[in-house]
Design a protein around this ligand. Sequence first.
Ligand code: PLP
Length: 356
Amino acid sequence: MEISKRLLLKSHLKERPRDEKKLGFGDIFTDHMFKMDYYDGAWRLPRIEPNSPLSLSPAAMVLHYSQTIFEGLKCYRHPDGRLALFRPRENFKRFNQSARRMCIPQVDEAFMLQALKELLRVDGDWTPSAPGSSLYVRPTIIATEPHLGVRPSKEYLLFVILSPVGAYYKEGFGPIKIHVEGFYTRSAPGGLGSVKAGASYAGSLLATDQAARKGFSQLLWLDSQEHRFVEEVGSMNMFFVIDGKIVTPKLGGTILPGVTRFSVLDVAGDLGLEVQERNLDIREIIEAQNSGRLNEAFGSGTAAIISPVGTLSYDGNEFTVSDGQVGPITQKLYDELVGIQYGHRPDKRGWVEYLD
Ligand SMILES: Cc1ncc(COP(=O)(O)O)c(C=O)c1O
């Protein structure tokens, strides 16, 4: 499919962020966006247009029944100035897995990557170069058919927007405080936990907001049946280092199969670290902490890459992990992954996809 373009005149382009060190996360958007419509059984009219508000019927099904999915990946500026995407094919694969679960039509993954590269050829010069900064890519699909009966929509809009970003957490790569949620749950077996559906995130807001008011950056969700087994953090998969071994909850349909999670597992293996994917009881973690065997804890995700956990609060008690410092294994994994993403370390696995 040919991608048509309607671009802004140079004189109408937005002013670029003045200070790349103060970008924050997800507040600034580039000049253009990619769009494509689905109707009469096919994706049509792929195009790049100015980033502007959408026009939707108030009866658009997404507004009523949340039939929407999204993805999140990043474009990095390498020291030689080239733009590099990190494992974008994995994101478009997951986009289709999410689409299947939400009754949204499949997209052509190779075409989506081509469309993203085309958008980056237009707006890629928004990619910042300050350490820790990048251009966040947000592909999204929404159900647009004006209809109030509950069933899958017959019409959709797919769009991709770009946002220059800095650190996700105010702490940067500093240790964050996490509250272990003992009442609310994020997902249940058979539910939406393993896909990126907006509805899962809406359901997580109340508990996350309550924790934020108490000073916690994120929640650690437990399983929905016994409130015992560790699942994941708001936008990160979780890892613990117990007795020198890396332990992470296994994928079972209730947590997101993070691209960063897979990358951490590969890098950890290469570094000769032992990794276990298994059920992980929160009481095992507390016990390990009390007996001095919990060495480190960290989360992984596109937004923050690797985020060390300095404090865990569970059942009214607060535990300081790794003396509130960044542990050596967390640091090693961070250095290797971030090194590959930013082009400072060799990309032995072919994870980096250059624009040209
Ligand atoms: C709920 C949840 N878990 C985990 C992750 C980490 O996934 P990834 O490493 O693909 O960004 C994310 C972020 O995308 C997320 O939203």
